[in-house]
Ligand binder design. Structure first.
Ligand code: NAP
Ligand code: MN
Length: 272
């Protein structure tokens, strides 16, 4: 597939190795006939994101999930999303300009937070990996959890994580959640330190949900009415929200894969 030469946005995470790779890539793309940009240009054909997974998550938050295809260059991080080595920039530009890649499309998760002041409208947070809900000031948090219209339980513990398949290898995995093959479309609700005692009963395993189900969370406030909602590592604090609903978002994230990419090879290499 031959491509017309458009604009490539080059973003990096500020580390010296990433800045160096960005300089080299600008030259290589321009030598190959592309224009380059250092900030969001909605007409661009590609975003190159240099760093680790954290750099990609930061870029999605900064650009508010721009929808453009993204290629990740890894400068020495874990790099689940960043599978092009910064030592192979020539090969990367060559393969990109010839269309030698596959597009991998990830779904995102949203949280609508209602009743925490403001004008009454819900505030929406978005994540590629996950959205985490916990109490403020290290208090245990009490959350009435609904799946669709069904009340499931009053959860007591540190909080819950709602993870996409992409995020299943991140925080979710550290909590004992399942690693999800990205070809499956599901959301995973995983507890953080659930309390089980004669006073409280909370689910202890992850719960897997189909894409059309929404999760409703109605906090109870026995101690503190602060709720912390964290989307891909960025924390937001709310005072006394009435409800938080979560589900698959309409935004998707398209990552270009250049090698013979196999998810389970990546899991074996990076996690085991
Ligand atoms: P960070 O503290 O640097 O992230 C922790 C680690 O998670 C990094 O090694 C990061 O990779 C890796 N990571 C991110 N997304 C991943 C994914 N989808 N699959 C496998 N590993 C992944 O912070 P950050 O770089 O800004 O990343 C934010 C993420 O950290 C959150 O979305 C959350 O999933 C994760 N987190 C994990 C824990 C935990 O496991 N206990 C606690 C809080 C947050 P890079 O080195 O390539 O950046
Ligand atoms: Mn990181």
């Amino acid at each position: 597939m031959a491509k017309g030469k458009g604009t490539v946005i080059i973003a990096e995470n500020g580390q010296p190795a990433s800045k160096r790779a960005a300089r080299q890539l600008r030259q290589k793309f321009e030598a190959a006939g592309y224009m380059t940009a250092g900030s969001l240009d909605r007409g661009a054909e590609l975003i190159v994101c240099i760093g680790g997974d954290g750099a990609l998550l930061g870029l999605l938050a900064e650009y508010d999930f721009p929808g453009l295809p993204i290629a990740g260059i890894n400068t020495g991080h874990l790099g689940f999303f960043q599978d092009v080595s910064s030592r192979k920039l020539d090969e990367f530009v060559f393969n990109y300009s010839r269309g030698n890649y596959r597009k991998q499309i990830y779904r995102t998760v949203y949280a609508d937070i209602r009743g925490a002041g403001g004008d009454g409208a819900a505030e929406r947070l978005k994540g590629l990996n996950e959205i985490v809900i916990r109490g403020g000031k290290s208090h245990s948090t009490h959350l009435n959890i609904f799946i669709g219209d069904s009340f499931i339980e009053q959860f007591c513990g540190d909080g819950v994580v709602v993870s996409t398949p992409a995020g299943s290898t991140a925080y979710n995995y550290s909590l004992g959640g399942s690693i999800v093959d990205p070809r499956l479309e599901l959301l995973q609700l995983t507890p953080i330190a659930p309390i089980n005692s004669t006073a409280y009963r909370s689910f202890t395993s992850g719960i897997l949900l189909p894409p059309d189900k929404t999760i409703g969370i109605f906090p109870e406030y026995p101690k503190s009415d602060e709720i912390l909602v964290t989307a891909d590592g960025v924390e937001h604090e709310y005072l006394g929200p009435e409800s938080i609903s979560l589900g698959f978002g309409k935004e998707t994230v398209t990552i270009l894969r250049f090698r013979e990419y196999d998810f389970w090879d990546t899991v074996k290499q990076k996690l085991l």
